[in-house]
Design a protein around this ligand. Structure first.
Ligand code: M6R
Length: 360
């Protein structure tokens, strides 16, 4: 049941504090995280495969794993893995991320990697799913069932779980001191509250922005912000039917900026690993773009003299990068939802889409 909400999507957006709490509590002490960390450290290559929103959680993971453990994980879209599979062998570890555990492309990627001898870790929300059965090591998000086609609470639950994993791997690698790891874990324990505050701050902004969103938009970020931007653009396309393109902000000058003219909407997702996005915001504003910088309130950015840039301040992150996906993602979930509802689209069942894609 929708528990008093008009749609599953909005119910599930508001269930995120609980979903991330359950995922944190269900995993923080789980020895499985330690086993997967050891497998990461001893692997020749770490390859993350996933589709759609789960792919974006994989991008968040590779950003944080690099930072905390000094390890490069290659995050690859499941349906592209077959074209790279010749590079995989028995020394490699494949981490497959799928909330349903039933996505055809991800299962195929896993099967092909297994044929090459790679070990597989399955990260799912569904115990006993096909991916779960195919995997040698298993990790679970605890988001509860997600009915809306849009992945919302499963995304932030994947982020929570993969952040716990990157912290454990950081500790195991010796890059993070135990005291630093504990500090990050303490920060993650506060995520349910941070997320509740974020939802409260985001919803009125999303409603206001939803009126002016049409045509096309860019959503840009660097580092962790690039991953969050991609997830934002997917939500806006699939639920609001507005064309949104995400790419790393540094790429702007290499072509995309040609499209920017007066009034073109550009969202900048600013994270504390990448204050350089301020420069991209200023560049876009100089071309007349309607620029919105979405950022943790306490993230200082050099945007002076650009009154045309709208700053959207979300709750503070105290510079803890791990908190920022939770602070910056909900605005885009709510924006896509508010646009859909105001235009009479069904956010729970967007056209042409199935919740789980079990075909090639
Ligand atoms: O069940 P999975 O996580 O494997 O699903 C992957 C994608 O099909 C899924 O995330 C899809 O992109 C959602 N509609 C996004 O909201």
């Amino acid at each position: 049941s929708k528990g008093g909400y008009p749609h599953f999507m909005i119910k599930e957006i508001y269930e995120q504090p609980q979903a991330v709490r359950d995922t944190y509590e269900g995993n923080v002490e789980d020895p499985a995280l330690g086993r997967v960390s050891s497998a990461i450290l001893s692997a020749n290559k770490v390859i993350v495969v996933a589709a759609g929103t789960s792919y974006h959680a994989g991008l968040v993971f590779s950003s944080l794993l690099a930072r905390r453990a000094g390890i490069l994980a290659h995050t690859i879209i499941s349906s592209e893995l077959p074209y790279l599979v010749d590079s995989i062998d028995g020394g490699d570890l494949v981490i497959a991320v799928s909330q349903s555990g039933e996505t055809y492309d991800t299962l195929e990627a896993v099967r092909k990697a297994k044929e090459r001898g790679a070990a597989v870790v399955g990260v799912t929300n569904v115990l006993g799913s096909a991916l779960d059965r195919e995997s040698q090591l298993r990790l679970y998000t605890r988001a509860g069932p997600e009915i809306g086609v849009a992945a919302t609470k499963t995304f932030l639950s994947q982020v929570m779980l993969l952040e716990l994993l990157s912290i454990r791997a950081g500790e195991a690698s010796g890059r993070l001191r135990p005291s630093e790891a504990n500090e990050l874990l303490r920060a993650l324990r506060e995520v349910p509250q941070v997320l509740a505050n974020t939802l409260e701050a985001s919803d009125p902004v999303a409603t206001a922005l939803s009126k002016g969103l049409s045509g096309s938009a860019y959503i840009l970020g660097r580092g962790l912000g690039a991953a969050i931007a991609r997830e934002g653009a997917l939500k806006v396309k699939e639920i609001a039917y507005v064309h949104a393109e995400a790419y790393p902000a540094g790429e702007s000058k290499h072509g995309p900026i040609a499209l920017v003219e007066r009034g073109f909407p550009v969202f900048i997702v600013a994270t504390s690993d990448a204050r350089e996005v301020a420069g991209n915001a200023v560049e876009m504003a100089a071309r007349g773009a309607r620029v919105y910088v979405v950022k943790p309130a306490d993230l200082g950015l050099e945007l002076e003299g650009r009154e045309s840039i709208t700053r959207i301040d979300m709750p503070p992150s105290s510079g803890v990068l791990e908190l920022e996906p939770f602070i910056l993602t909900p605005l885009f979930q709510l924006l896509s939802y508010r646009v859909a509802v105001s235009r009479g689209y069904n956010p729970d069942k967007p056209r042409n889409l199935a919740k789980t894609v079990t075909v090639e």
